[in-house]
Write a protein of this length. Sequence first.
Length: 77
Amino acid sequence: MSKTFADVLVHVDQTLDHDRLATLTKAIAAIDGVSTAEGHDAKPHLVIVTYDPAKVNSQAILAAVKAQGVSAELIGL
């Protein structure tokens, strides 16, 4: 594993309830190369993802979000 990590903020267009947000963050965290995926009920439109760019890129993360039936965009950090 690379020692360099990157962060990206995923802006979710829909308002997700607690369970749906938890399901989405678990799906993102399951991607090979993703270190963490954090969403909070106080800001249900945002998920912060830390990942290893040597293993996965931000577009693959966005594609995984959209595969969950969620409309979203990336906001770089």
